[in-house]
Ligand binder design. Structure first.
Ligand code: ASP
Length: 336
């Protein structure tokens, strides 16, 4: 039987009521004990690395997850990470960049209701995740949640309460899991390269969400303090007139600050070349853009590419547009 390691980190799945509301209290062994059926098809073990509401997840916790997977990589055939849903999409994206080419699956899951409740999605999600992690055809980093298997770079939490909390953005589900059966939609091609672990993220990344009439006041501070500014723009992407002059000025003053244009629109991504408001600034400042990558993937990829992801020193643009775990379909050849 396959040996699968449960790495528990907290989240609703592990939560119980406290005086001040739900907080994680159920440990890894207890979580596993709620779903005895798992032992019918694999040999599970459990380890607790933190017990956090995922609101409190930080890059150092991602590093801990990577170190845990790496430390136990030879011993186990697959990994299931139990995690809060609120920042699960960020963690799944981060682990997609930090653990690459893993022939052993890393499955991230959680629940909208605690595992100790009678009516809960936690038991099904955990069972599905172990089933997927123990399957011969599984590999890489993904979320298994609500019967869907989503590539680690493509997930977004789109519902705050329903069981059907996650969607795969602009990419098909890799598979579905129902009644103990996996139905695959995307064939898993074996990785050509060996597994690679990265540890360090650059956390000096700031996300600016545009609103109509946004003032340029904070921009000077952001350019001075951060290595990368992600602009969550409107539509296919552009810089509004209210901040454009200051933006150009700061771009000259801080040429090493990486600027990435993303979009507030949930589907279909950016294309700055379409409108004057985006085209000119892209041409003149060489801004990077998200294209079809999710915001969560862009944030994690920026942290990685300005951290260990740029070990070969090939430059952010090369690293940013390189496809990792299905994150981008756009062909970099089209980039001007
Ligand atoms: N606040 C919780 C968390 O992200 C929500 C959940 O797990 O569903 O940890």
């Amino acid at each position: 039987m396959k040996k699968i390691l449960l790495i528990a980190t907290g989240g609703t799945i592990a939560s119980k009521k406290s005086e001040n509301g739900l907080c994680p209290q159920i440990d890894a062994e207890e979580i596993l004990a709620y779903v005895p059926k798992i032992r019918e098809f694999c040999e599970p073990s459990a380890i607790q690395i933190c017990n956090l509401d995922s609101t409190n997840m930080e890059p150092r916790h991602w590093k801990l997850m990577v170190e845990t997977v790496q430390a136990h990589y030879e011993e186990y055939d697959g990994f299931v990470i139990a995690h809060g849903t609120d920042t699960m999409a960020y963690t799944a994206a981060a682990l997609s960049y930090l653990i690459q080419n893993s022939a052993k699956p890393v499955v991230i899951t959680g629940a909208q209701k605690s595992i100790d409740l009678e009516i809960t999605d936690a038991k099904t999600n955990l069972l599905d995740s172990f089933l997927y992690a123990a399957d011969d055809a599984s590999q890489g980093v993904q979320i298994v949640f609500g019967g869907k298997v989503i590539a680690g770079t493509r997930a977004k939490k789109i519902r705050s309460k329903s069981y059907n909390a996650f969607e795969s953005i602009d990419y098909p589900y890799l598979a579905t899991v129902q009644d103990m059966r996996i139905l695959r939609y995307i064939p898993m091609l074996p990785y050509k390269e060996p597994v690679r672990f990265f540890k360090n993220m650059n956390e000096k990344i700031f996300l600016v969400k545009l609103v109509p009439g946004i003032s340029p006041k904070a921009l000077g501070f952001l350019f001075a303090e951060y290595d990368c500014i992600i602009v969550e723009s409107f539509g296919v992407g552009g810089i509004p007139a209210s901040i454009a002059d200051e933006f150009y000025r700061l771009y000259q003053e801080f040429p090493n600050t990486v600027v990435i244009m993303a979009t507030q629109v949930a589907h279909e991504g950016s294309d700055m070349t379409v409108y004057e408001v985006g085209n000119r600034i892209k041409r003149e400042c060489g801004i990077l853009e998200s294209y079809d990558m999710t915001l969560e993937a862009v944030v994690a990829k920026a942290m990685w590419m300005l951290g260990d992801g740029n070990a070969e020193n090939i430059g952010p643009k090369e690293v940013f547009y390189r496809r990792v775990n299905y994150d981008i379909i756009f062909e970099p050849g089209r980039e001007g």
